[in-house]
Design a protein around this ligand. Structure first.
Ligand SMILES: C[S@@+](CC[C@H](N)C(=O)[O-])C[C@H]1O[C@@H](n2cnc3c(N)ncnc32)[C@H](O)[C@@H]1O
Length: 373
C-alpha cells in the first residue's frame, strides 16, 4: 500500500527540474540538469514537490509487489528510471498494494466489459507512473486513456515511454507488436488539477466528452483542499455527456489511534491529506458520491473488507497470495487495511449494469467496533 509513513522510497528526485520545459506534444526536456542556477523554491512549490514525490512511494510499493509475484505487470519497471534495485516492502504493504490494485482493476474491467461494443474513456487523475493503460489494452479494444498529473511527473514518464519504445527489446515494444492497437490511445496531460477548479478551466485536448467515462483517483484527490477536489469532480461530471463512473482510493478513519499516528507520520514528511477529515469513513465517502450526483449503492469498502470478501478475492486467489510471503502481523494488517478504502459511484446504464450489487453486505455500523468485527 502506498503512502504509508516511515517507508524508504526507492527513488528520489522524480518530479524535480527534469520536468521543466516539457509540454505535451513533444518539446524536448532540457539537457542541462544543473540545479545550482535555479531560483529558490517557494513554500507552495515545496509542498507540491512533496506531493509529486508521493508517486515514488506508490511506484516502489508496486514494484515490490510485482517482484514478489503479487501483481502481474511487465511495464512498470520501464516507466521508472533504469538501474534502481527493487526495494522489498513489508508483507502487509505488499498485500495492501495487491488488494488496492486488484480492486481497482476489477471495477475497471467490469466497466470495460459492459461497454465493449463501443469506445470508452478512462481519466486517471494523478496517474503518476501507473502502467494500467498497457495492461488493460492487452485485453481491451476501443479505449482512450487520459492521464493527468503535474508536468514534473508527466515529463519523466513521457521520457521513459519514449526510451522504452526506442528499445527493440523492451516490454513496451513487445506490447506494440502484440497488443498495440490503433483503436486504443494513451494521452498524457501535464496539468495542475487545481486549475480545473478555477473560473476559466483549461480544456483537455483529445478528450471525447461524449463517451462513457470512468474517472479514477488512486490516492490523488485526497491531496487537494476538499472544495477543490469536489470542483475537479464537477468539472468532469458537468461536461461528460454519457455515463460516468468515479473510483477513489483514499485513506479513512483518521481519528482513531492508528489513524492519528498515520496522519502525524505523514505530516512529519510534509504530506497533508486535505480531504481526510471530511471523508473520514465509508459512509461519508458514499455521501460524497451522492453529492456529486452519482449513485453510490454500497459503493465503498475498506481494504480489509475487500480482502475478506470472496466476492472480491476468490478463495483460490487468496490462498495463492497468502502463500507468497509469511505474514504474521495479522493485527497490524487488519489495522492498516481498514484505514484505506476504495469508493465508487456512477450515473448511467453501463455503470449500473457493471457495478450494481457489488460490495457485499457489511456496513460501517456493523464494523464500528473495529476491523473484522
Ligand atoms: C500517491 S501518488 C499516486 C500515483 C498513482 N495514482 C498511483 O496510485 O500509483 C499521487 C499522484 O497525484 C498527483 N497529484 C497530486 N495533486 C495533484 C494536482 N494538483 N495536479 C496534478 N497531479 C496531482 C501527484 O503528482 C502524484 O503523481
Amino acid at each position: 500500500m502506498a503512502d504509508i509513513p516511515n517507508l524508504n522510497t526507492l527513488r528520489s528526485g522524480h518530479g524535480g527540474v527534469r520536468g521543466r520545459g516539457f509540454r505535451r506534444g513533444g518539446r524536448a526536456i532540457p539537457e542541462n540538469d544543473d540545479t545550482s542556477t535555479l531560483p529558490l523554491e517557494s513554500e507552495a512549490q515545496t509542498r507540491d514537490r512533496i506531493i509529486q514525490q508521493t508517486d515514488n512511494d506508490a511506484t516502489s510499493s508496486r514494484l515490490s509487489a510485482i517482484d514478489l509475484g503479487y501483481l502481474k505487470d511487465r511495464y512498470t519497471k520501464e516507466l521508472v528510471p533504469p538501474g534502481e534495485p527493487v526495494a522489498r516492502r513489508y508483507p502487509i504493504i505488499n498485500r495492501g498494494t495487491y488488494v488496492r490494485s486488484q480492486t481497482i482493476d476489477t471495477l475497471i474491467v467490469k466497466f470495460l466489459n459492459k461497454s465493449k461494443a463501443g469506445d470508452s474513456n478512462i481519466i486517471s487523475l494523478g496517474a503518476g507512473s501507473d502502467s494500467r493503460y498497457w495492461r488493460l489494452t492487452e485485453e481491451t479494444d476501443f479505449l482512450s486513456y487520459h492521464e493527468l498529473d503535474f508536468e514534473a511527473n508527466v515529463a519523466p514518464k513521457q521520457a521513459a515511454i519514449d526510451r522504452a519504445f526506442a528499445n527493440p527489446g523492451s516490454e513496451l515494444t513487445r506490447w506494440q507488436l502484440e497488443d498495440g492497437d490503433d483503436s486504443c490511445s494513451h494521452h498524457l496531460h501535464a496539468i495542475d488539477l487545481r486549475d480545473l477548479a478555477g473560473a476559466d478551466p483549461p480544456d483537455l485536448p483529445e478528450l471525447d466528452w461524449t463517451l462513457p467515462t470512468l474517472i479514477l483517483s488512486e490516492c490523488c484527490l485526497c491531496y487537494l483542499p476538499p472544495d477543490t477536489a469536489s470542483a475537479v469532480i464537477e468539472y468532469f461530471t458537468s461536461r461528460l455527456q454519457s455515463a460516468v463512473g468515479l473510483v477513489l482510493y483514499e485513506p479513512i478513519r483518521p481519528n482513531d489511534a492508528f489513524g492519528k499516528t498515520m496522519v502525524s507520520n505523514l505530516g512529519s514528511r510534509g504530506i497533508h491529506m486535505q480531504t481526510l477529515q471530511r471523508y473520514h469513513s465509508l459512509d461519508t465517502q458514499r455521501q460524497r458520491m451522492k453529492l456529486a450526483g452519482l449513485d453510490a449503492g454500497q459503493g465503498a469498502r475498506d481494504i480489509y473488507q475487500i480482502w475478506e470478501s470472496e466476492a472480491w478475492i476468490p478463495k483460490a486467489e487468496r490462498e495463492r497470495v497468502e502463500g507468497l510471503e509469511w505474514l504474521d502481523e495479522i493485527e497490524e494488517w487488519k489495522l492498516l487495511a481498514s484505514h484505506y478504502c476504495v469508493a465508487w459511484g456512477w450515473k448511467g446504464d453501463v455503470f449500473s449494469r457493471a457495478w450494481k450489487g457489488l460490495g457485499g453486505d457489511a456496513t460501517d455500523e456493523e464494523r464500528r467496533d473495529g476491523p473484522g468485527q
